[in-house]
Write a protein that binds this ligand. Structure first.
Ligand code: DGL
Length: 174
């Protein structure tokens, strides 16, 4: 049976794994959450590169058939490198639909070429939110978001959640 490897800095990618397990019933999965090194959103590019290399190294013994990068930060930062990887890679890129879309994401994601190209300045980088969710996942009402979300302008018509950690709030808003 084919094996799909799913990776993230921590618990964020479990939101993606849940959907994958539902949609791809005939597959096996291995999940790598780098909890020890979360958050990725504020790390330097070199630090991120080290983390990614480490994860791919650790996973190589499983011989996965496909890699799902369930982390927007890694996906947008290493988009081009990842697509040249030795097995098929699926990236998690924040979806852009139309004007009025406003992206909430990590600082590294907001600095990426992909986000600059698609969202322009309509981005609010949230330095703390992924860590807050990671720490409070068992009690999401403890997640503090207000101070961050004050930066969203009135013209924003749709908030795009550009970090897999944020999907916990979609399911159960604090
Ligand atoms: N869940 C990841 C993302 O989608 C990383 C968040 C973080 O570790 O800062 O960007």
């Amino acid at each position: 049976m084919a094996l799909i490897a799913v990776i993230d800095s921590g618990i964020g990618g479990l939101t993606v794994l849940k959907r994958l397990r539902n949609d791809f019933k005939g597959f096996n999965f291995v999940y790598y959450g780098d909890n020890e090194n979360v958050p990725y959103g504020n790390k330097t590019i070199n630090e991120l590169k080290d983390r990614l290399e480490n994860i791919l190294n650790d996973l190589s013994s499983y011989n996965p058939d496909c890699l799902v990068v369930a982390c927007n930060t890694l996906s947008v930062t290493f988009e081009n490198d990842l697509l040249k990887y030795e097995i098929p890679v699926v990236l998690t890129l924040p979806p852009y639909n139309k004007q009025g879309d406003y992206l909430l994401c990590t600082p590294n994601t907001s600095n990426s070429g992909y986000v600059k190209k698609n969202f322009g300045g309509n981005v609010l980088p949230l330095p703390m939110l992924a860590s807050e969710i990671e720490r409070n996942v068992l009690n999401l009402s403890n997640v503090r978001v207000d101070y961050d979300l004050k930066g969203v302008p009135n013209y924003a018509k749709r908030l795009v959640l550009g970090c897999t950690h944020y999907l916990y709030l979609e399911e159960k808003p604090p």
